[in-house]
Design a protein around this ligand. Sequence first.
Ligand code: HEC
Ligand code: HEC
Ligand code: HEC
Ligand code: HEC
Ligand code: HEC
Length: 437
Amino acid sequence: MVGAGITTAAAIVFVALATAMALGLLSNPYAGLIVYIALPVVFVIGLLCIPVGMRLQRRALAQGRGEAEWPVVDLRQSRTRRVAFTITVLTAINMVIVLVAGYGTLHYMESPQFCGQVCHEPMHPQYTAWQNARHSKVTCVQCHIGEGSEAFVHYKTAGVRQLVHVITNNYPRPIPGIADMRPALETCGNCHWPDRPVGDVLRVSRTFGDDEANTETVTAMTLRVGTPGQRGSIHWHADPSVRVEYVFTDGERQVIPWVKVTRADGTVQEYTADGATEAEIAGGTTKRMDCLDCHNVVAHRIATSAEEAVDLAMSVGQVPQALPYVRREGVKLLQETYATTEDALAAINTGLRGFYKTQSGEVDAAALERAVTGLQAVYQRNVFPIMKVGFGVYPDNIGHMSSQGCFRCHDGGHTAKDGTAIVSDCESCHKMLDAVP
Ligand code: HEC
Ligand code: HEC
Ligand code: HEC
Ligand code: HEC
Ligand code: HEC
């Protein structure tokens, strides 16, 4: 009786909440945890109570307690037929609910809310960065988990292991990069196709000086992304008919002592870094280059330096350029180490206001207010003290200004036996523009 009560109650609540969620009335991230995980568990517990109760009852009867007589099931009686029919229908409905809830459970566990908010602490940096990325409509699992039953089993067992690590508080901080991501063409390739002609990509960036006026410098260039298969283009590496393999000797794939190219016409060339030894190369890991070797932070980029993050915030007006010395002071405050986010936000607030108190002349109060909020937001987007994640922890392999990036191979020091080096002259990848178009 208790089991039937629990099950029925859970079912009613489940139907009501699931309907509310479907109608968009419940958008709290933890609602899914309750509706699709907690309620089904209660539901199943209720169901399990029923046979247990029946068993206890039977034992009580056997020991002479309770009524000894078993009811006679006589389907000739219309009341018995009604009861049997009702039990059958209810069981069927219960089965459907279990199936739908089970599907919902799995589906819910694939949502970015589950990855990023339920597993709050370890995934917080990537989840935060992902929300601000242009891939914020692409769910975590679309890149991190493959399709098909094999991938399903693989990632669900890995997920259980990771859950244990989270519960026992036993995971690395920061979470390291992933050298064995799934083949890019099975993830990125679902939406992007590798031989799409891109042509030149215009890139305009604004940086600011440490002087009183926060003087702006605008750099404009066209990147020769081009077309795979076309010589002289950046996407040449991604051409499926070309094979670029390399050896790396560190966790984040920043040290590359050896590169081998098998070109579309079948010619092969090997390049070795200056000073790399045979033993070093033999001890490294070999990987075939794909999209992820350049676009490694495409979904959740964390700024590689405080300067870069402040420049970006200033270029979109989140930190006002009109406030004297704000670039210099902002960078200084963001480069400090703080124990917690709360400490950091408080220190940015008092630090910046304190600086302007020491300055002579009138300070624009509204601009100062905006600068404080803007810098605090920069901190919250990029620094996560609990996870030891901050500026520069995750290198960005596109470019070469703040991380090695392209220069891991294109540094002029990777040469073949015949003396040719992997190209490193500036114009081979981009063309600087004198004026901003
Ligand atoms: C567009 C594809 C894509 C999406 C969407 C995506 N990731 Fe990633 N993620 C990657 C790639 C690629 C790497 C590997 C970076 C490397 O090490 O080269 C990665 C690495 C990671 C890492 C390891 C640490 C690091 O930053 O390198 C974590 C943790 C992570 N992702 C979590 C998430 C979470 C949580 C979400 C959803 C909120 C998510 N990712 C969404 C592509 C993606
Ligand atoms: C589910 C589809 C989907 C998947 C999977 C996906 N992307 Fe995208 N990607 C998009 C869409 C849509 C855009 C355009 C967003 C926009 O224009 O704002 C985009 C934009 C981009 C851009 C240009 C914008 C930027 O942030 O630099 C790059 C580069 C890119 N994707 C690379 C990748 C790589 C590398 C992977 C694999 C790790 C990947 N994408 C996986 C859908 C996807
Ligand atoms: C793992 C090593 C490696 C990395 C990292 C790398 N490249 Fe290359 N790149 C090569 C090799 C090898 C060649 C071809 C040399 C040859 O043809 O013999 C090449 C060729 C090129 C070419 C000329 C293509 C042609 O047809 O001659 C361009 C342009 C280029 N790379 C741009 C880049 C950019 C931009 C980045 C960073 C986003 C980058 N590369 C990162 C190894 C690398
Ligand atoms: C050698 C490094 C390298 C490799 C490998 C590479 N890309 Fe790119 N890709 C770039 C660079 C550099 C840009 C220029 C824009 C930027 O900075 O994001 C770019 C731009 C893009 C864009 C944006 C184009 C636009 O219209 O703005 C997309 C989408 C993209 N790449 C997808 C891919 C996919 C998918 C793969 C794998 C099949 C891939 N890339 C492999 C370096 C690379
Ligand atoms: C192997 C290709 C390659 C070579 C060689 C190369 N660059 Fe770059 N460079 C890039 C890419 C890719 C970016 C980054 C684009 C991005 O961030 O999207 C970049 C970015 C830059 C920027 C940053 C612009 C900004 O403010 O964001 C500067 C400046 C620059 N390069 C100068 C140079 C100079 C000078 C040389 C010659 C010594 C050079 N590069 C050689 C590929 C290359």
